[in-house]
Design a protein around this ligand. Structure first.
Ligand code: ASP
Ligand code: MG
Length: 471
């Protein structure tokens, strides 16, 4: 009998109709003899809304809290009404929603009294999204006469460190507890519905696994229960060769290796968080990205390189906007140990994440790519700390640039790929401002002016004939 973890994202749970559709997908697989473990995200936009509410609570905006509770109640009750037909089950779920929202109101009111929002209390607030969505899906499954039980990630046994907002699971206990607590349900042919994203510290304090963390919940369960596949249900057919908004003829990618999927995730594709890939990569459990609105489609398979092997050198191209480039230069940097370290240290301490780095052996200049919204902060701190201290003489920036990332595991060791990429771009008369390729050779990233970004993506897509990729 096949065992499958099915994770449903927020868009696939956006309305009561969608939740019903999700329940039908689960029921169909169960009726065909599959053991299904369901993992759910919060309903569409709920986590963002909870973050806003937490901020408003900190500002002591009590009117907002009252309105917010009402809005959440309406949203979840309306979904329940559409998703669940059986009166008894519906009433039970409505009770749970009310009780949970009463608790949320108390938590938000508490925050508003002290006027302080800590990472710990924020995690507690955002955990309510998945605490509300799981009972809804549970109700919809029972409505279809499926034996089911819902638990939070904490109850399921996911234990983490106390790094609130982006907690890391303590793997050994987590694996053991997931097996102990969820395994018996499967044996009794009960479908577990687990709230994604939520976990707890060893002392039972609620933590979250970071934004998008439901995927991680899914893969932790997959590894613990040694399932056959993980299906990440979302609202697109799978991963694409590039953004279809830029190139309408972009193709779906039938398969990718774990490493390629991790690369794509970093570049913002609708893939799984790289962290979520870890547990299944270790156990070689394949994952599939599938579309709830088009379940006929097999989706994109993410598996071991041997399974997902294809011959294309370039598989996908991503365009990353909203970035800025910083150039730090000074002849004094040449041969001066520690000058790069100083730059990274300043930015790190100010919470500026560096996305890309490039420097030449001349050492007189280093270019960095960061998020555009952080540029002001990055420049002012770099100027304060670095200028006039000998080795560094100039800090400049460009905020009208974008990054193009070209990705594919078979680029490794294939001669001439970089030359084809850059020739294709040059033929369009586009100037390249910065280049980086890690020695993993999984991707080549480069920077051009933002206005040239889409043209460059099209040129490379054409050069490697990605719109003709075999399906
Ligand atoms: N609801 C959480 C978020 O929006 C977790 C998830 O969707 O995976 O980040
Ligand atoms: Mg997600």
């Amino acid at each position: 009998m096949k065992k499958i973890v099915m994770k449903f994202g927020g868009t696939s749970l956006a309305t009561g109709e969608n939740i019903r559709c999700v329940a039908n997908l689960v029921a169909d697989s169960a009726k065909q003899g599959c053991s299904v473990i369901v993992v759910v995200s919060a309903l569409n936009h709920t986590t963002d809304d909870l973050c806003d509410a937490a901020e408003q609570a900190k500002k002591r905006n009590e009117a907002y809290i009252r309105k917010f509770k009402q809005k959440m109640l309406e949203k979840h009750s309306a979904a329940a009404l559409k998703a669940i037909k059986n009166k008894g089950v519906l009433q039970e779920i409505e009770q749970i929603i009310k009780k949970t929202l009463d608790e949320l109101e108390k938590v938000l009111t508490g925050i508003s009294y002290v006027g302080e929002l800590t990472p710990k209390s924020r995690d507690f607030v955002v955990s309510f999204g998945e605490r509300l969505s799981a009972p809804l899906v549970w109700g919809a499954l029972r409505d279809l006469k499926l034996e089911s039980q819902w638990v939070t990630g904490k109850e399921a046994g996911i234990v983490t460190d106390a790094n609130f907002g982006e907690a890391s699971p303590l793997m050994n206990v987590t694996m053991h507890q997931l097996r102990e607590r969820i395994g018996p349900l499967l044996e009794k042919q009960v479908v577990p519905v687990v709230s994604g994203y939520i976990a707890a510290t060893q002392d039972g304090v609620v933590t979250t696994l970071g934004r998008g963390g439901s995927d991680y919940t899914a893969t932790l369960l997959a590894a613990a229960l040694a399932v056959d596949e993980v299906w990440i249900w979302t609202d697109v057919d799978g991963l694409m060769t590039t953004d279809p908004k830029i190139i309408p003829s972009a193709k779906m990618l039938p398969e990718l290796s774990y490493q390629e999927a991790a690369e794509m995730a970093i570049f913002g594709a609708k893939a799984m968080h790289p962290r979520a890939l870890e547990p299944i990569m270790k156990e070689s459990i394949p994952a599939r990205i599938r579309n709830v609105f088009n379940p006929e489609n097999p989706g994109t398979l993410i598996a071991k390189a041997q399974t997902a092997k294809r011959t294309e050198v370039v598989k996908a191209i991503a365009l990353i906007k909203d970035v800025a480039m910083i150039n730090v230069s000074g002849a004094g940097m040449v041969g001066a140990p520690g000058s790069y370290a100083k730059i990274f240290d300043v930015l790190g301490k100010n919470n500026v994440n560096i996305m890309m780095i490039s420097t030449a052996v001349s050492e007189a200049n280093i270019s960095l790519i960061i998020r555009r919204s952080l540029l002001g902060r990055a420049l002012s701190t770099l100027e304060i700390v670095l200028l006039g201290r000998g080795s560094i003489s100039e800090v400049t920036a460009e905020d009208d640039v974008c990054v193009i990332a070209v990705m594919g595991a078979n680029m490794k060791g294939t001669l001439g790929v970089a030359s084809r990429i850059f020739t294709a771009v040059a033929r369009k008369g586009i100037n390249i401002r910065m280049i980086a390729q890690g020695s993993s050779e999984l991707n080549v990233s480069f920077v051009v002016k933002e206005k040239d970004g889409e043209v460059a993506v099209r040129a490379i897509h054409e050069e490697f004939k990605l719109d003709k990729a075999p399906r």
